[in-house]
Each structure stands twice: as structure tokens, then as C-alpha cells.
Design a protein around this ligand. Sequence first.
Ligand code: ATP
Length: 599
Amino acid sequence: MEDNKFTRTLWILGPYLWPQGQRRLRLRVICALFCLAIAKLANVFVPLILGRAVDSLSNLETTPNLFFGIPLAIILAYGFTRWTSSAFAEIRDALFAKVSQNAIRQISLKVFQHLHALSLKFHLDRQTGALNRFIERGTRAIQFLLSYVVFNVFPTIIEIFLVCGILWYNFGIEYALVTAVTIGLYVWLTFTITKWRIRIRRKMNDADNEASTRSVDSLLNFETVKYFNNETHESTRINSALKTYEINATKSRESLAILNIAQAAIVISGIVIMLIMSALDIKNGIITVGAFVAINAYLLQLWMPLNMLGTVYREIQQSLVDMENMFTLLDEDPDIVDTPHALPINITDGIVRFSNVSFAYQKDRMILSDINLEVRNSQTLAIVGSTGAGKSTLSRLLFRFYEVNNGMILIDGQDISKVTQKSVRQAIGIVPQDTVLFNDTIYYNISYGDPTASSEAIYAAARTARIHDFVSQLPNGYHTRVGERGLKLSGGEKQRVAIARALLKNPKVLFFDEATSALDSNTEKEIQDNLKELSKNRTTLIVAHRLSTIVHADQILVLDQGTIIESGTHRALLNFDGKYSAMWKEQEAGIKKTKIQLA
Ligand code: ATP
């Protein structure tokens, strides 16, 4: 399983390490590898040179005048080699940074684009916060894997072999063997203890996630918390997650101490054994004091990257999981896909027709049954009905967020499931029931309908939606920021921004889903007068609860539990004396009562 993950990750990351068609990046990879080789080679020779320096210095007693000769040269060589090693390691990182940053950008972009290509159903089933965390952690994991695995783990393994070889060649096989055994034990111990520590770490991460989810949810519901005076309840909930985190974070630090102590014991034992061996060899005249220093330096030098081994091992494991999580998002297939070779829809009049449409979100609960309707150019169709009857569902189907289970939806005689989604969506402008705005300026939010539109076009749309005067008298005008989800605007202001945005898109079909429900009657009337003008040469569908707003419609449909039970003009439906007429009378009576009370 883990091997699978590793190969899969390498398989996915590989192409980014050797980017196709990007000669400059490839050149950087080659140069980085070259720098890596130089840095490592220099590093491997540092202890040897240090040993030579010690030896030549011990000879000074016999030949003191030679100081400005060989000893000084060796000391300078030692300094130069050390510097070369660290300088080339830095150049290597600097060169590779562009390659890894490019990989991160490409992969993040791919995941982001993929998420936007997935269906509404997928997003409704997922928490946006969780998706964001997947991406954040996934990209961090890529950065880690690229920098550590490529430039830390593999080079360290090579360095170990090189050092063993040098020790063998210069001082004898026993030195190489002790080094190999010490490192073997060290690696085994580190992996064993780290596996145990990963479990603690996982609990710590879970608690951290829990605490942050609760905190975000609680802050998002700031007003609700205040309405119910539930601050204590909220802090108790967070505190329990924070406590779990605290316990596990403490355990994690304690276990790190155990790991470090055990690692030090092994390394120091190895060093002591080798120093005793070399001391004996010096005594027997086999090696010099310089060799003694060099051997010590080798082990200390190897210990530095190995010291990070536990963390690197744990992080690699974690990174593989994080990357896997991110890549499972890429495996997710969109529910709605264009048919092969689908062409863009050809819009002429914008005639919308639902033909025997049936639909269910879940298998066993039918939402719409056998819906037939037609709206012609310059006509307005109004849809009314009790809450949950399926009115908004009609707009989601028209927008092709879901596929119908039966029947078909046609625009200008073309089945929308046979043409490209993009072209269908381009042809329709929707003002949804709950307007959610981007946390940006009013200008940006209106211009979202057509990012290429001129300022004049944006102001014109705002005027038609009756929001221009309001915006103009704001201190920051169109540059006023609307806050998270647009919450700094009132319900009616948000709706008008949404109307302006839809109008700016200039679509052939307009769908207003309770688009004016939050407005006062005067503003609503003004907008409607404007819309009447606009709906000429367009097709308009309106979902409304306030029946007085749709009396002018060419056709009114009454939807009840997913079926059309009445249809006709306002007059015809009143004469029919059915559900519509009952709803009308009820609303009229309500208005009269309010007027009397106000009088
Ligand atoms: P309202 O007047 O309250 O806005 P509506 O007629 O617009 O109601 P719809 O939003 O179309 O109602 O919803 C119709 C039914 O479908 C509702 O019972 C709702 O609970 C259900 N529904 C809506 N969206 C989903 C979904 N994504 N998954 C499952 N059921 C859903």
C-alpha cells in the first residue's frame, strides 16, 4: 500500500521534475544536480583535509619553518572545501526553487481547475474548508518531498556509501564496517520509534483539525452564538479539542526526547568504538593522529543529516498521505460531462422548453414529475407554488447542474444535454434565491457578469437594477467592499447587485428566483418596470412567492409537489378558482389586513 503510494506519487511528480518543453527549467535541474555533486564531493573530502592539516601541524615541531608552506596551504584548502560545500548546496537550492515552485503552481492550478469542473453535487457533499486544507497540505507536501527526498535523502544515502568507501580505502575495512553497523542500527531505531510517534502525531493533527473546524464554524456563526448566549458552550467545545491537542503535543515532545537520546547513544557508541580502534592503531603506528581526527569528523558529519532522519521519515509518510488526499480529488469524475464532440448551442430566440421532465436528487424521492412548459421570446413565465415544490430545481436543471432523469430540456429546439455546458450557461442569466457575493468590491461583484465590460456598462446595469444611486452615495462608492459572502450589504442590496450582475451578462434567457423578495414594494415596482423593458427580445422565467409581482406574466404555472397543477394567465387562473386563486385571495386578505392595521 505504502509502496503503491510512493510509486504513484513519484509517477505524478516525475514529469514536474523534468518539465516537458521547458528547456530553461530542465537546465536548472541539470545545474542543480551538478551543484549537488560538487557540494557532496567537497563535503566528503573535508574530514580528510582536516586530518592532513592535523598531521602537518604535528610535524611543525620538527620542521617549524615550514608553516607558511604545506600546513597553511592545507588549512586554506580545508576552509575552501568547507565553503565550496555550503556554497554549492545553497546554489543548488536556489536553482531548484523555480523548478519546485513551478511544480507546485501547476499542480495547485490543476486541482483548482478540476474542482471547478466537478458537479454541484460533489461540492454540496463536501465541506469547502476541508477541500482547502487538502490543497494546502498537498502543496506543502509536494514542496517537502521535492526538496527533501531529492536533495536530502538520496544524497545522504550516497554520502554514506562514499564515506564508508573512503574509510575502507584509507583506514581499513573495520572502520567502514563499524560505520555501516552504527548507521544501520541508527536507521532501524529511528524508524521503529518514529512509527510509534506517528500515531501520536496523527492524534495531534486530528485534534488540531477538530479545533480549527470548530473555531471557524463558531466564528462564522458569530451572530447565532450571540442570539443564544452560547459563548460558554462554544468555548467548552473548543477547549475539549484543544485539550486533546495539548495532551498529544506534550506526548509528542516527550517521545522526541526519547528518540534523540536513543539516537545519540547509538552514534556516540559508534564514535567511541571507532576512536578506541583508531587510538590503538595510532599506538601501533598504523595510522596518524590526523586520521583519528578525520574519523571523528566523518561520523559527526554523517550524523548531521541523519539527525533529521526521524523527522524526514515522518514527514515523508505524512506528505505521501497528504498528496494522496489531494490527488484523490483529481480522481473524482465530474457527474455532468459534455458528450464527445458536443458543439456549442446555437441561440437565436432563446425559446425554453421542458418536455416531460422528471427529476430526483436521490433515487427514492421524486422532486419533479412530468414537467412540460414552454416560454417564447419576449415572454415571461412565472412559477409559483408552495415551498419545497421544486421551483428552484427547475433553474438548476436549466443550468444543467444536474441531468434530468426523464424527458429533456430544450433551448431553441436543441437538447441542452447534447451541447456544451459552457455555451448553455453563457446563454442564461440567473438571479438566485440566496445571493452570495465575493468578498470584494461592489464594482467587482457586478463586473463578474462580464469581466470585460466597460465601467459605463457596469453603471448602466446598476441603474437598471436600481442600485446605482445607493452605491454612489456610499463613502467609497463602487469600491465599497461587501464583506464575507456579501454580508455587509442588506438582503435587498445584495439582490440588486445580483440582478445587475445577471443583466451585465446580457443573456438571452433570464431566470429570477425570488430575485426581488427582499425588496420593499416601491423598489420592487421600479425594478420590474425596468425589467419589462429588458425582457423584450429575451425569455424570462420568474419564481415568486408574492403573487402581485407576477400578474403581468404571459403564463403562470402552479407547481405542487413536483407537478404542474394549474397554468394560464393571472385572469384565467383567478377564473379557474383553484389553488392559484386561493393563494391570491389569501395574499390580498393579508395586505388589506395590514393596511387596516396601519390606518
Ligand atoms: P422554496 O420556495 O422554499 O425555495 P423550491 O420550490 O424552490 O422551494 P427546491 O429548492 O426546488 O424548492 O427544492 C425542492 C426539494 O428538493 C426540496 O424538498 C429540497 O429539500 C430538495 N432538495 C433541494 N436540493 C437538494 C439536494 N441537493 N439534494 C437533495 N434534495 C434537495
